[in-house]
Design a protein around this ligand. Structure first.
Ligand SMILES: [Zn+2]
Length: 267
């Protein structure tokens, strides 16, 4: 699933094609399961800027509307010279000599074409973006204390608190901060908040630098490439812990999500 670094990679790549004037819009037969605001009226509209909050891409249009795009499990925006022939291509925005294709074979992605107020309301559902300046140590402390009875990993996955995280990020944050993913939030020690904060920073900056992380059949960027970030992982999808290099990583399920940890490094 694309998490913050993967969405950021796609955003940066898409931005190089801006401004993008849409000349023709085409949709698949099942686009409505992704685009929730009706047939997108985007003809002759220009995409001026693309920003991001958490895992939500925000296309700023020159008519003061916003196209919000969440990639779900398998969504991506592919940039091609002519429309991509793929039955999972659900929204095709043809420009002059370039086409933006929203490809999503499992169709868990979401899109909304909104005015400013509606867009703001939707974005307010998200917590602070973990790559933004607003994500501070004191914010992180408050966010973790918010649900004292939850286990740490579940809180780290909460988009209302940590916008942009996902399963691999949450696993890796627990690992790099040497905390067992099942530790209760109320048991996190004062000295550990800083470790979690620094680990968050390390995981996302490392993954952004390597253009995202791919797992089987998953994420592709706008050119169809898979990121190199899998090389940086210390426990997620690893057999041996890459921190101590000698202990087998254990896998459990927390809220149906595969959860990996090193029993030696994480207490
Ligand atoms: Zn270890």
């Amino acid at each position: 699933m694309p998490e913050l670094p993967e969405v950021e990679t796609i955003r940066k790549q898409l931005r190089t094609h801006l401004p993008f004037k849409v000349r023709k819009v085409r949709t698949s037969k099942v686009y409505e399961s992704i685009v929730h605001t009706g047939r997108p009226q985007l003809k002759d509209v220009s995409i001026e800027e693309i920003t991001r909050k958490g895992k939500m891409l925000i296309f700023h249009l020159d008519d003061k509307r916003y196209l919000l795009s969440h990639l779900g499990m398998t969504g991506t925006w592919r940039v091609t010279d002519s429309p991509l022939k793929d039955k999972h291509n659900h929204l095709i925005l043809e420009g002059e000599g370039k086409t933006l294709n929203y490809v999503d074979y499992r169709r868990f992605g979401h899109m909304y074409l909104f005015n400013k107020e509606q867009a703001q309301k939707k974005l307010n559902e998200l917590g602070v973006d973990i790559a933004s300046k607003e994500f501070t140590l004191s914010y992180l402390k408050e966010a973790i204390k918010r649900f004292p009875n939850r286990v740490l990993k579940v809180t780290l996955l909460d988009q209302k608190l940590f916008a942009g995280t996902g399963n691999y990020i949450a696993n890796e944050i627990c690992a790099l901060s040497k905390i067992h993913p099942l530790r209760k939030c109320s048991d996190i020690k004062a000295s550990e908040f800083k470790k979690i904060f620094e680990a968050t920073h390390k995981v996302i900056t490392g993954a952004i630098k390597s253009n995202g992380v791919t797992f089987q059949g998953g994420y592709q960027d706008t050119t169809g490439d898979k990121g190199q970030g899998v090389m940086n992982l210390v426990v997620f999808y690893q057999k041996t812990c890459q921190m101590c290099k000698k202990t087998n990583v254990e896998k459990i399920f927390v809220g149906q999500r595969g959860t990996y940890f090193c029993p030696r490094c994480q207490k």
